[in-house]
Design a protein around this ligand. Structure first.
Ligand SMILES: Nc1nc2c(c(=O)[nH]1)N[C@H]1C(S)=C(S)[C@@H](COP(=O)(O)OP(=O)(O)OC[C@H]3O[C@@H](n4cnc5c(=O)[nH]c(N)nc54)[C@H](O)[C@@H]3O)O[C@H]1N2
Ligand SMILES: Nc1nc2c(c(=O)[nH]1)N[C@H]1C(S)=C(S)[C@@H](COP(=O)(O)OP(=O)(O)OC[C@H]3O[C@@H](n4cnc5c(=O)[nH]c(N)nc54)[C@H](O)[C@@H]3O)O[C@H]1N2
Ligand code: SF4
Ligand SMILES: [Mo]
Length: 791
């Protein structure tokens, strides 16, 4: 038992009892727990004299709170429940922004007759959809048998537990922890979402701790770089609008006229995968025109630090200690520690007597920027230099300026890490990080603002095994590399629709003897599994969210009756754990695990039960990401020269590297065969494949995937608006309806992310799974395709 689990928790709550306990608190006058009529919409009588005159048809409902937590924004929702059924959803009282239409569609989601209700055992081929219903006992027996087989024939490393982004609440991914008790499993490494941010920003700044949405409306200039906040950060777009209403400028960099580009005063359309060239060209303008914030650069970055020309590495006084950077002291003409008191080092040593032996990191960054003058950047990016230079000047000169990246589409490219890093350089050279109204990136949530604890105790002695990089999962599993996989558990993700080159994933799942999928709906991954387990949804599952998208720490209550025999992830894990003697780690009441997650946050379980949501911004007044230029690196400075990139075999200074799979490589056989660049976009009616099977959502944008193609490219293929068309390459095909529009750059087609085999064909059938890449990146936006008429 850990210290955490020994904490006294008075309330022992089962899933079914959870709402009851919350409601009981209403008796002592706590808000938000009573029937709706007492603290919500007025009843007919109470409403007299107010504008409201109708009956409150939800007056008899019980309220249930829950955190909507796919990877968009994590909103507290208030559910109205009658006779165990969810009948209405509203935005909860404590939120950073209002919830969206998808959140409200949870009424349809919960009640959908497409919900999985019983364990399903595959009886046909994988992919056939031929399942038979079995009992939970039979399902658990089967899981026990197959895990035991894996343990006996290859050890625990022949097991994979794969999660995804379906639910960021803390009690969901219990199975990974059970994997540790089974001896440790083979991990799938990389990040299909934002490896470019991990590798390009996390390394330079020392962390990804950058929720900066509270600064948005204080800024004068914002670049939405290769991302589309109108759709993907909808709740915050009002803040962007306020920034513009206050006289600020919004600039969008996107090959497609996205909803955000449409609302921006500036929009440039680079070729996909060329953002690092755009950023370096902007940096050149900043440097050449004297717009660099030299004081900031010297004080808060490694720009003045010296690189030894002989070793091509930093001139550390102690090579094993990366805090021992040295700079040149112009007064004593000596090398001194980067943080030596009273020394203001120069940004370049080119004119000094150490010039033959040393160069500054600033000089190396400048040399990369210098490659991107007018001619070069126009040829590479397809953008006008004048536009790029104007945006650079306006960004640099703005009093307060932000680059919003939000895990953007631009970094799901082969060079996504450097595309990110060059933007970070730009922000640092302009001194636009760490002040009110300034910043870079924006995701982050309560877990970045206040501490969080682990829900489950994991096995400290679990084995560590060579992982499988996600882009080459298919190839490696088929070759039994690094080890034969005997058993795979998939929950909270839909990799067979969302991972690059899905057809390889399908083959890999066919090769694995036993695959279990836990979900609420049948989807591509379920179809390629041997056993599908029905899972409870929001409002049916006790949980806590103290995570990375919302600053609000939120509770999820279970007050809706789940359909059929659906179980929570935790219940399922607890039973599987029991079969292997590890039940003690998973069979506590959910309140115990919720309390552990809250440990250190300053919020207690009882407070959360009462308030439903606690806004962590209120716990850290005045919080600003990297305030006053204090970074999370070993030196406290931003590291412009990155050892981690060298360790992966890439240059230590971010540069532009054109993707291999790119239309500009016109001489390549691939580009001759597949001349168009396909990029992906998220849409308002879905979060990846979630919500995409609900009629209320499908009726927003249509029941078939839309494929945006430029009129010139359409005409060359005799394609007209509304035609059924197919996008294809050697990896597979994706079919949809042609949206012929000048809103996309000629040579580029835009595909909607989130269709799967149960609704259409996944766009991931065609996406690029290039590997190795710096950071092990998802290269879906570096994909060459051809398009033909017909479905
Ligand atoms: N409604 C909704 N919201 C979401 C999600 C969702 O599925 N639906 N998903 C959430 C998640 S997990 C994430 S990661 C974020 C993603 O948030 P965003 O990055 O905003 O989303 P995307 O639609 O993937 O990409 C945005 C834009 O990138 C452009 N783009 C593609 N390639 C390039 C390129 O090489 N350079 C440039 N400059 N632009 C390019 C596309 O044309 C697209 O308009 O959204 C989150 N929010
Ligand atoms: N082609 C293409 N591929 C992409 C992208 C793209 O733009 N285009 N974007 C990439 C990005 S940014 C991301 S983040 C990934 C997302 O990739 P995934 O996380 O694999 O995608 P989702 O479709 O969100 O899958 C979530 C699944 O979890 C299920 N789920 C929801 N709640 C729960 C729960 O409580 N328990 C369990 N067991 N299951 C639950 C949902 O029903 C759904 O099936 O996709 C990446 N892949
Ligand atoms: S779907 Fe996303 S943005 Fe919409 S309510 Fe849920 S968490 Fe919020
Ligand atoms: Mo993502």
């Amino acid at each position: 038992m850990t210290k955490n689990s020994e904490r006294a928790i008075d309330a022992k709550l089962t899933r079914r009892a959870f709402v009851g306990a919350a409601a009981a608190t209403a008796a002592v006058g706590l808000a938000g727990c009573a029937p709706a009529s007492t603290d919500e919409a007025p009843t007919k009588d109470e409403g007299e004299g107010l504008a409201f005159t109708g009956e409150d048809e939800f007056a008899d409902c019980q309220l249930v709170y829950g955190c909507c937590s796919p990877e968009c924004q994590h909103h507290l929702l208030k559910g109205y429940v009658r006779d165990g059924k969810l009948v209405k959803v509203e935005s909860g009282e404590v939120n950073e922004s209002p919830a969206c239409a998808r959140g409200f569609a949870r009424v349809e989601l919960c009640n959908s007759d497409k919900r999985l209700t019983k364990p399903l055992k595959l009886v046909g081929e994988k992919g056939s959809g031929d399942f038979e219903e079995i009992t939970w006992d039979e399902a658990y027996d089967l899981i026990q048998e197959k895990i035991q087989y894996a343990l006996d024939n290859g050890g625990s490393q022949s097991i994979i537990v794969q999660d995804g982004t379906g639910n960021f609440s803390s009690l969901t991914d219990s199975m990974s922890t059970l994997g540790s008790w089974l001896g440790g499993t083979t991990a799938i490494t990389g990040n299909s979402c934002c490896a470019g941010i991990d590798s390009g920003l996390g390394t330079i700044l020392g962390s990804r701790t950058t929720p900066l949405r509270n600064e948005i409306e204080k800024a004068n200039y914002i670049i939405a770089w290769g991302n589309n906040p109108v759709v993907t950060m909808t709740g915050y777009f009002g803040r962007f609008q306020k920034m513009m209403d206050n006289g600020g400028t919004l600039c969008t960099i996107d090959p497609f006229l996205s909803e955000t580009a449409d609302k921006s005063q500036e929009w440039i359309q680079p070729w996909p995968g060329t953002d690092s060239a755009v950023a370096l060209a902007m940096l050149k303008v900043v440097i050449d025109e004297g717009l660099t914030d030299e004081e900031y650069l010297i004080a808060h970055t490694t720009a003045p630090c010296l690189i030894d020309k002989k070793t091509n590495a930093p001139a550390f006084t102690d090579a094993s200690d990366d805090t021992t950077y040295q700079v040149y002291d112009p007064t004593t003409k000596a090398l001194v520690a980067h943080d030596a008191a009273g020394v203001t080092p120069p940004l370049t040593v080119a004119d000094t007597e150490i010039a033959n032996d040393y160069v500054t990191i600033y000089d190396l960054v400048k040399a990369e920027a210098d490659k991107w003058g007018k001619e070069a950047v126009e040829a590479e990016t397809g953008c006008s230099y004048d536009d790029i230079a104007r945006i650079a000047r306006d960004y640099a000169k703005a009093d307060k300026a932000i680059i919003v990246q939000n895990m953007g589409g631009y970094q799901r490219t082969e060079n996504g890490a450097y595309a990110t890093a060059t933007q970070v350089y730009l922000a640092l050279f302009c001194g636009h990080i760490g002040h009110e109204g300034d910043g870079m990136y924006d995701i982050g949530g309560s877990a970045e603002l206040v501490p969080s604890g682990a829900a489950f105790e994991s096995n400290p002695d679990a084995g560590k095994f060579e992982p499988i990089p996600f882009p080459h999962f298919g190839e490696m599993v088929l070759e039994d590399k690094p080890t034969k996989i005997n058993f795979m558990w998939v929950a909270q993700g839909n990799p067979v629709a969302q991972m690059p080159n899905t057809n390889m994933w399908k083959k890999a799942l066919e090769h694995i003897p036993f695959v279990v999928k836990v979900d609420q709906f049948m989807n591509s991954t379920c179809l390629w599994s041997d056993l599908v387990l029905p899972n409870t949804a929001l409002f049916e599952t006790p949980n806590v969210t103290h995570s990375s998208r919302s600053a609000v720490i939120q509770i999820s209550e279970a007050g809706v009756t789940p359909p059929g025999e659906a179980k929570t992830d935790l219940e399922i894990t607890a039973e599987v754990a029991k079969r292997f003697g590890f039940e003690k780690y998973f069979n506590e009441d959910p309140s115990v695990y919720i309390s552990r997650v809250l440990e250190g946050s300053g919020v207690t379980y009882e407070e959360l039960v009462e308030k439903k949501g606690v806004n962590a911004w209120d716990l850290v007044p005045g919080w600003i990401a990297y305030k006053d230029g204090n970074f999370d690196t070993s030196t406290g400075k931003a590291h412009l020269w990155v050892q981690a990139w060298v360790d992966e075999g890439f240059p230590p200074i971010a540069c532009h590297q054109r993707p291999v799979e790119h239309p500009l490589n016109a001489d390549s056989e691939l580009a001759k065969k597949y001349p168009l660049a396909a990029v992906q976009r998220k849409t308002r009616h879905q979060v990846h494949t979630i919500f995409n099977n609900l009629e209320t959502m499908l009726s927003m944008d249509g029941h078939k995937p839309l494929i945006v193609i430029h009129p010139e490219d359409a005409a060359a293929r005799s394609i007209a608006m509304g035609d059924d068309i197919t996008v294809y390459n050697d990896r597979g095909e994706h079919s949809g309806v042609a949206l012929v529009s000048e809103n996309v750059k000629p040579g580029v087609v835009v595909l909607q992310n989130g269709w799967d085999d149960t609704t259409a064909s996944p766009t991931s059938n065609v996406t690029n799974n290039a590997w190795p890449t710096l950071g092990t990146i998802h290269c879906c936006n570096s994909t060459l395709v051809e398009v033909k008429k017909g479905a």
